[in-house]
Design a protein around this ligand. Structure first.
Ligand code: 26W
Length: 844
């Protein structure tokens, strides 16, 4: 065992590594973690000895030589043993039906506090470490985030995994064990720089490697035909290249340790580490090149969640994990049930967006070729087992793959897709739909710009149920992208509004607020979020309000410290913290927020003596590395921040911060400290949003458009407790059809015109006056996302918010009512709905 290199603090700070280590919630003992206070001496001693044993015998360190990271690994390994105990204790009976959640992304974050909290071991672990002179918060901070996802879709998958384990849905999540998760973002003079993320650099104490669960995945090659009997032809694929998929299992423990599920992540390995023939022939480089080609598949997460890049490696990733997962679940099914024909009775497969949509032809292929089913039987099983969730309707994000690429990489799948499509179009003929426009609209192949496979259509056609992620989004699926397919099968599309796990986003992220809730309405609230409703009675209770406000104040002070550490900017915790954190995308309209900031800056400078409500605008989020416009928006936010923060005339009224390297851990520190949550996407474009739910649950008030789940949040918290502005989805559609809407909107709004002029003038970029022209020119001439149209109403509602802030009793009442009324947005509720209405699976 090697002795680890001594840590060099100077290196760490230079690379910006380890900077997330201090993203921590205050970890005062929460009164509600019951075993905690009563953590018996025995339990603490057992935990202490378990940690010491891991430190010595697995890490090979003594308490005197152990670094923070070693203490983390030892603690995680000790906790993992308890997870295994919980798993074994739950019995090893075969469930009647399992859910398989296939997702190219799982944006997990840290697991230690999740595991401790769900096992009721927070206080035991804290006490055990304290006896060793170690602070639990420091140990938690040493865990790297597992950032195996980009944003909403990946984080949703992580919330769903935790909820399924908590409510007892037997499930296995399948994904890729990327060596490098989402890139690390730094800001160099306001410009985003990306560096590789290295979460596995010191191993992953949570995972179990399962070499016995290894499958072969093929690529390329050709297909042969052979006559089996009169009129029966079998086709066989002979791949040119094969890659091994090796399972790595992360246990997912549910609330109170009642259930443990598995997240199975595939690592790509070469069939042979070196080609010995080539090696002995002297071609040493060639001998290892097939290895690098194979291993490249699980090397890195694609960092775009907004546009479809169409690169071959991405398709290889999609097929790699889908094939391995289907082979694995088929093997398990046959071992448990004997007959593959009953797969749909015992397995429900959920495709998280179209990224695993190749499952449609792959499951067909495996059933036809490995299990010798007839086409009809294979299609019956496939189309009753698969289900598909759509997460976006933005045209540039809808996956399509060139037929030419599919034929080269997956020739057998392309044949199967052709046959599925042929039968699908034949069906249309049988019901009298011969018109070319209709057939072109429902075809799985888009012939309009080169020939491409429409993965959304493929997933839709192959699935038993298709769902959207908010009421509005589901309605728009029916009326836009899937209109023609929906007309053929009107029962197929159902809505399943997203949710968030309250264990991470309430109990763990906000122990102070959770304690208040427990004190007010009882410990039942930990198991049944509907009990939060009882907080309504406290919304005007002076003593409760004071404690709620004090709790928020403490989190704002903690965030102010993090902001100062990371950016050098001092912010005043008594100001209104106005937060927009999420991926940077034009449709999310961070630019609208920045322009409103500029307009506010101008207004304060014009009337410096008015009683302006002190505000801190906090931004955070990553731009896809190739998304030039998004990167320019980050730069603008940083340049505006510099000008505003340096201007003594607005000091004490306005500050602007762009927090670098937004992550799950940073979200856990920011969200409980927010007063205002910005959810301002162009109506019709944000499928759901889930950050919106996290903020509202933690008592931030929302300023938002009638988009995605904002609409349902308004229904639950009440229209008087949320700030809505702007056009609705129908209004957006109508306005887009009118010519020159941007020019007219700017003409009608001197305030907007002045803000745009100031940005275009180079006021924020004197060293490069034209830097932001592309942003302003786009708004003046195109404005695809209707910023100009919504600006005045956004300004109006922001001033309404200023006024509301100046009535503290009213503000806190609204905040508390938000917390009290958000229970429905628990991902436990989402998962129960999927279980009953999509998967038809019983809770364990
Ligand atoms: C092919 C490139 C690509 C990659 C990922 C395109 C699109 C995606 C995702 C589907 C984008 C995504 O994360 N969508 C988000 O899903 C969340 C969970 O349902 C929703 O809350 C967000 O509104 C939606 O943008």
């Amino acid at each position: 065992m090697g002795v680890s290199r001594a840590e060099r603090p100077s290196d760490r700070s230079r690379q910006g590594r380890g900077q997330d280590r201090h993203v921590l919630q205050p970890r005062e003992a929460p009164a509600w973690s019951a075993p905690a206070r009563t953590a018996s001496g025995d339990a603490v001693a057992d935990m202490r000895e378990a940690i010491l044993a891991k430190l010595a015998y697995v890490i090979g360190k003594s308490p005197t030589t152990a670094r923070e990271r070693d203490w983390f690994a030892a603690t995680a390994l000790a906790l993992r043993d308890r997870v295994v105990d919980a798993c074994m204790g739950a019995g090893r009976t075969v469930p009647n039906k399992r859910v398989y959640y296939l997702s190219l992304e799982f944006l997990i974050g840290r697991l230690l506090s999740d595991a401790m909290n769900n096992l009721g071991l927070v206080e035991t672990t804290r006490a055990a470490l304290a006896e060793l002179g170690i602070d639990l918060g420091t140990v938690e901070g040493a865990e790297p985030d597992a950032a195996l996802g980009n944003g909403g879709l990946g984080r949703l998958a992580a919330c769903f995994m935790e909820s399924m384990a908590s409510i007892g849905i037997p499930a296995i999540g399948y994904g890729i064990r990327y060596d490098h998760g989402l890139f690390r973002q730094s800001l160099e003079d306001g410009w985003q720089r990306e560096t590789p993320e290295t979460w596995l650099a010191e191993g992953n104490p949570w995972e179990f490697v399962r070499p016995e669960a290894t499958y072969t995945v093929g690529f390329g090659g050709h297909v042969t035909m052979s006559a089996v009997s009169e009129g029966v032809i079998r086709r066989q694929w002979h791949p040119a290249e094969t890659v091994r998929a090796v399972a790595h299992d992360v246990p997912v423990v549910g609330w109170r340790g009642a259930h443990v599920n598995t997240l199975r992540l595939w690592k790509a390995e070469a069939e042979a580490p070196v080609d010995l023939g080539q090696f002995n022939g002297g071609d040493h480089v060639g001998a290892v090149s097939s290895r690098s080609r194979a291993e490249a598949i699980s090397r890195v997460l694609y960092p775009s969640d907004s546009s479809m890049a169409g690169q071959e490696l991405r398709l290889r990733q999609e097929y790699f994990f889908t094939s391995a997962s289907l082979q694995d679940l088929l093997r398990r099914h046959v071992a448990e049930r004997g007959d593959v024909r009953s797969l749909h009775d015992h397995a429900a497969i959920q495709l998280n967006d179209t990224h695993p949509a190749i499952a449609v032809p792959e499951l067909m292929r495996l059933l036809l070729e490995d299990h010798q089913l007839s086409w009809e039987d294979a299609w019956h099983v496939t189309s009753n087992t698969l289900h598909y969730t759509n997460h976006t309707l933005l045209p540039e994000a809808l996956e399509t793959w060139p037929v030419e690429l599919m034929e080269r990489l997956l020739p057998r799948h392309m044949q199967i897709i052709y046959l599925i499509n042929w039968m699908h179009l034949e069906e249309q003929g049988k019901v009298g739909r011969h018109d070319a426009a209709h057939l072109a609209a429902v075809s799985l192949i888009d012939e309009s710009h080169g020939r491409r496979v429409r993965m959304g259509h493929l997933a839709f056609h192959g699935a038993r149920r298709v769902n959207g992620v908010s009421a509005l989004h589901t309605e728009l699926m029916r009326s836009t992208v899937f209109r023609d397919l929906h007309a053929l099968e009107p029962e197929k599309i159902v809505n399943k509004t997203n949710g968030i796990t309250f264990r991470r986003w309430f109990h763990n992220a906000n122990p102070g607020l959770t304690t208040l809730a427990v004190e007010a309405v009882g410990a039942r609230v930990l198991d049944d979020p509907e009990a939060l409703r009882g907080l309504e009675a406290f919304a005007t209770d002076a003593s409760f309000v004071a404690r709620y406000a004090a709790m928020r104040g403490a989190r704002k002070e903690a965030l102010a410290q993090i902001v100062a550490d990371r950016t050098g900017i001092d912010i005043d915790p008594s100001a209104l913290f106005d937060v927009q954190v999420k991926r940077i995308h034009e449709y999310k309209r961070q630019l609208l927020n920045v322009i409103e900031t500029v307009a506010l800056y101008q207004a304060i400078k014009a009337e410096p003596h008015r009683d302006w409500t002190p505000r801190v605008k906090i931004f955070g989020g990553k731009a896809a590395p190739s998304y030039t416009q998004a990167k320019l928006i980050i730069k603008l936010a940083c340049d505006v921040a510099k000008a505003v923060n340096d201007d003594p005339e607005v000091a004490g009224r306005l500050k602007v911060v762009f927090m670098p390297n937004y992550s799950v851990s940073l979200a856990e520190a920011i969200i409980p400290a927010a007063d205002l949550s910005e959810q301002i996407s162009t109506a019709g474009m944000e499928a759901s949003g889930t950050g919106n739910m996290k903020f509202a649950l933690n008592g931030a008030l929302t300023v938002g458009t009638l988009d995605g789940a904002n609409i349902e949040i308004r229904q639950h918290v009440g229209p008087e407790n949320i700030f809505i502005f702007g056009l609705d989805a129908a209004g957006v559609q109508a306005r887009m059809a009118t010519p020159n809407y941007a020019r007219d909107a700017i003409w009608a709004s001197p305030r907007l015109a002045a803000a745009l002029d100031m940005i275009a003038s180079g006021r924020f970029s004197p060293e490069e006056p034209n830097r932001f022209r592309p942003l302003v020119d786009d708004l003046r001439h195109r404005d695809q996302y209707l910023l100009t149209v919504d600006f005045d109403d956004y300004w109006r509602v922001q001033r309404e918010i200023d006024a509301a802030w100046n009535d503290p009793a009213g503000w806190w009442r609204m905040a508390i009512l938000n917390t009290a009324r958000m229970a429905w947005f628990s991902s436990d509720r989402s998962m129960r709905e999927y279980a009953e209405e999509i998967w038809r699976v019983k809770l364990g």
